[in-house]
Design a protein around this ligand. Structure first.
Ligand code: AMP
Length: 399
């Protein structure tokens, strides 16, 4: 079975064609500058097939973008499948499922309506996801489509974790609550962790650290998300590449008064100019920050230390929330690649049974145990694979 995974943004669209049963990736790529001019990247993974990098293809709408993807996948000389018949289903990443979607779902007219009703919760993302779904439906009639939500995995959180200490009517009338994001990634790595440890996921208390440009930490008890660091929006939690993470809301009024800013300008600063970028003044990329810190840049070092400290605090908090922890997972760009930061985060946690293995940790992007053999808490490095998780969810619903 082959599943086309689509992640549609407002002017870009990422795609992968995968076999969820074997985990094989057949092709992946990207459409960019949709609605502007159009650039198409196609990376077939089969031997003898030629990669195309950012070639010009007119893409006035998402429809031409998806048609370009389909043409490339079935191209007689450079394609990876013989015909459209070999694309059995499409899995769409959808950012926000609100409280309506606690699981992935086969897309019907009613489901489309319900996703549209979630638009106000993710006004920048959900409308683009919907455009991607509609374009696919028009070009692939009869092919089953599944929506996989970034928020769904966290719908198991109890009220004590998802309720904000605001007047309760804002939850009841306006759906203001913690939703959490990166759910597909946290679900995937937690399931891999259970396999690696050879234990049923129901028996494990896991803390999953998805550390990339956007970062979130999740407490997973018995396979269910019970708390997570991102909130109503992805702005909450640990400091990120350019997002502030948690902060005192009183700062907003103070700075808006000081600089005569409106709320849009303030939020632009919190989303795009804060985090490790804001503190360091150097970069949002942890590779640049590591290099700058090594050359003696104190603010770059402070930004990295603040990030590591923020993650460590969430690990402590979630161990307390679950009454202990059996495994800690590191994943995503920083979590998979930066041995020094993993070490900085995990060191000092010996009091709760975490003992790292420095040699095992000295690796990049490889699924493995990085704690010492006698560590009470297992620490795991697990490369995330959101597309495979989407393809697996899609396959299980289509079957
Ligand atoms: P992601 O959002 O998961 O793609 O992660 C992107 C972030 O991962 C980048 O901003 C980098 O800061 C970080 N990253 C990627 N590769 C490395 C690496 N080799 N060493 C340290 N950080 C890395």
């Amino acid at each position: 079975m082959n599943v086309l995974v689509i992640n549609a943004g407002s002017s870009s669209l990422k795609y992968q064609l995968l076999n969820p049963e074997t985990g094989d990736l057949l092709a992946k790529g990207l459409c960019e500058r949709i609605g502007i001019d159009g650039k198409f990247t196609y990376k077939p993974q089969l031997p003898g097939k030629e990669k195309q990098d950012a070639v010009d293809v007119a893409m006035p709408t998402h429809s031409e973008a998806i048609q370009t993807v389909l043409n490339a996948l079935v191209d007689p000389s450079n394609g990876v499948v013989g015909s459209m018949k070999e694309i059995d289903a499409v899995g769409h990443r959808v950012v926000h499922g609100g409280e309506k979607f606690a699981k992935s779902v086969l897309i019907t007219d009613e489901v489309m309506k319900a996703i549209e009703e979630c638009n106000p919760l993710a006004p920048l993302h959900n409308p683009a996801n919907i455009i991607g779904i509609k374009a696919c439906q028009a070009l692939m009639p009869g092919v089953p489509m599944v929506a996989v939500f970034d928020t769904a995995f966290h719908q198991t959180m109890p009220p004590v974790a998802y309720t904000y200490a605001l007047p309760y009517e804002y939850y009841e009338k306006n759906a203001v609550r913690r939703y959490g994001f990166h759910g597909t990634s946290h679900k995937y790595v937690a399931s891999r962790a259970a396999d690696m440890l050879g234990k049923p996921i129901e028996s494990l208390r896991i803390i999953s650290c998805h550390l990339g440009n956007g970062s979130s930490v999740t407490a997973i008890d018995g396979g269910k998300s019970v708390d997570t660091s991102m909130g109503f929006t992805p702005l909450a939690g640990v400091p990120m590449g350019t997002r502030s993470g948690d902060l005192d809301a009183g700062i907003l009024e103070y700075l808006m008064n000081q600089y005569g800013m409106d709320i849009h300008e303030m939020l632009n600063i919190l989303n795009k100019k804060s985090g490790v970028q804001g503190v360091s003044g150097v970069s949002s990329d942890f590779r640049d920050l590591g290099a700058a810190a090594a050359e003696g840049n104190k603010r770059a070092a402070l930004a990295v230390d603040m990030f590591n400290y923020g993650v460590k605090k969430y690990i402590g908090a979630y161990a307390a929330a679950m009454g202990g922890v059996d495994a800690i997972i590191f994943t995503a760009g920083v979590g998979e690649n930066d041995a020094k930061q993993r070490m900085a985060i995990a060191s000092g946690l010996e009091f709760m049974g975490v003992k790292m293995d420095e040699d095992a940790n000295n690796v990049r992007g490889e699924e493995r145990v990085i704690s010492a053999a006698d560590s009470k808490v297992k620490v795991l490095l697990i490369p995330t694979n959101e597309e495979l998780m989407i393809a697996m969810d899609t396959a299980s619903l289509v079957k």
